[in-house]
Ligand binder design. Structure first.
Ligand SMILES: *Cc1c(COP(=O)(O)O)cnc(C)c1O
Length: 219
């Protein structure tokens, strides 16, 4: 199927309240432009360098989301323009985003990335850490960021029940935090598991290969 057919098919599967973040990592600016021309405005990249190379070639009104691990020393490059940083996995990173955001008089939107997968994943906050960080934020710390929600990735497995359990854990945390200060975004689900994520309460999905085709890392 073509990118256009893929995109239409994904859009058809998403309820109207679910945001699509089109994950364009490894794909050229021309492919992003093609999806932009179909009406898509929110795109996700996982590497700062790739984002810095691609974004100047593309329309200014794209809302870029960073979805991959972010080193604190790279925050300064994206702070002027990034719409949302979905991968906040430490207090140190949140502080740095807050500082850089302030330099540009911006309030950068962020999601706390929470470890929900059973498999050993390097990045993401433990649930207790996420609660602690959100508590600090709710008390007025980090004034130049807005924590708009949570992001998580389920284990890569065929066991649908496990995936469902993991997404449900994040939904539970989302509902709990939402009681102390309003959250809008629950980002979970990728090409292979977004229908399950939506059933479990996701209102934002990050879909790459099901739109752009398989990634070729050999290039
Ligand atoms: C690559 C990536 C995605 C998209 O994955 P697909 O399986 O291609 O849809 C979503 N979220 C994160 C954090 C990613 O790194």
């Amino acid at each position: 199927m073509s990118i256009k057919e893929n995109y239409k098919s994904i859009k058809d599967q998403l309820p109207s309240n679910v945001q699509l973040v089109a994950v364009s990592k490894t794909h050229p600016a021309s492919a992003v432009q093609e999806v932009y021309d179909l009406g898509q405005r929110v795109f996700g990249e996982n590497k700062v360098q790739e984002l810095m190379e691609k974004s100047p070639l593309l329309p200014q009104d794209i809302q870029w989301h960073l979805i991959g691990h972010l080193q604190t020393n790279k925050v300064k490059y994206i702070a002027p323009f990034i719409d949302t940083i979905q991968s906040v996995d430490s207090e140190k990173l949140l502080s740095e985003i807050n500082k850089e955001s302030g330099k540009y008089n911006r309030i950068i939107k962020v999601l706390l990335q929470v470890k929900i997968a059973a498999e050993e994943s390097k990045f993401g906050l433990e649930i207790a850490e996420a609660k602690n960080l959100f508590q600090q934020y709710a008390e007025g710390h980090f004034p130049n960021v807005e924590i708009t929600g949570l992001m998580g990735m389920a284990t890569f497995t065929d066991d649908e029940q496990q995936v469902r359990n993991e997404f449900s854990i994040l939904k539970g945390l989302f509902d709990e935090l939402n009681q102390s200060k309003t959250l809008n975004t629950l980002s979970m689900g990728m090409s292979d598991d977004f229908p399950i994520a939506i059933e479990c309460g996701a209102n934002s999905v990050r879909v790459g290969s099901a739109i752009f085709g398989r990634r070729d890392y050999s290039k």
